[in-house]
Design a protein around this ligand. Sequence first.
Ligand SMILES: Cc1cc2nc3c(=O)[nH]c(=O)nc-3n(C[C@H](O)[C@H](O)[C@H](O)COP(=O)(O)O)c2cc1C
Length: 197
Amino acid sequence: MAKVTWDGSTLLSPVPVVLVGCGSAEHPNTMTAAWTGVVCSDPPMAYVSIRKERYSYGLIRESGLFSLNLVNRSLVRAADFCGVRSGRQLDKLAHLGLHASAGRLGCPLIDESPLSLECRVTQVLELGSHDLFLAEIEAVHAEESLLDSSGRLCLEKAELVAYSHGQYVPLGRSLGGFGFSVRKKPVRKKPSSSKKS
Ligand SMILES: Cc1cc2nc3c(=O)[nH]c(=O)nc-3n(C[C@H](O)[C@H](O)[C@H](O)COP(=O)(O)O)c2cc1C
């Protein structure tokens, strides 16, 4: 397959898009971030990379806390808005009719998000354009309607959105579950040849 080669750039795709909750319960703020992800299972850890000039940057530095709020179809317009307007100029949550509540650590969580990860910063790494906030995920808050009768989280019902090459894109139908490539197919019973009357 013929390929073209460019100098290094941030073309990993798709990436998540989240609303980062920060500030205090009395004065919450949120900003959109795509430079975010998980980095460790045990302890559960995540990161978000933020430019120093963002209003949210100082708020997270001050509290040492942030939340990562997943974005679904209903939140996609708000997520774009929160990525192009600053909390320095306006109360984005009030403007959008969104609500924030304090989580277990006291960090603002976006009520309208289907799932929020509450994070405590453990390290800040100065990388260049962005500083990376490395954090432990200390609590997860999920919308009750996403749980089935046995308490299993059915995140596929949340209509989540990803970010790919400058576009917000809905997640599509599942193409297989974890390990499906090596899982043995259930043996199908042969249909019986003798007809019963
Ligand atoms: C889709 C999208 C992704 C973004 N990702 C990041 C990011 O990862 N890090 C960052 O510093 N800014 C990112 N931004 C820009 C901030 O969200 C934007 O500057 C915002 O207005 C900052 O708000 P604040 O000043 O209230 O903190 C992104 C914007 C959009 C629209």
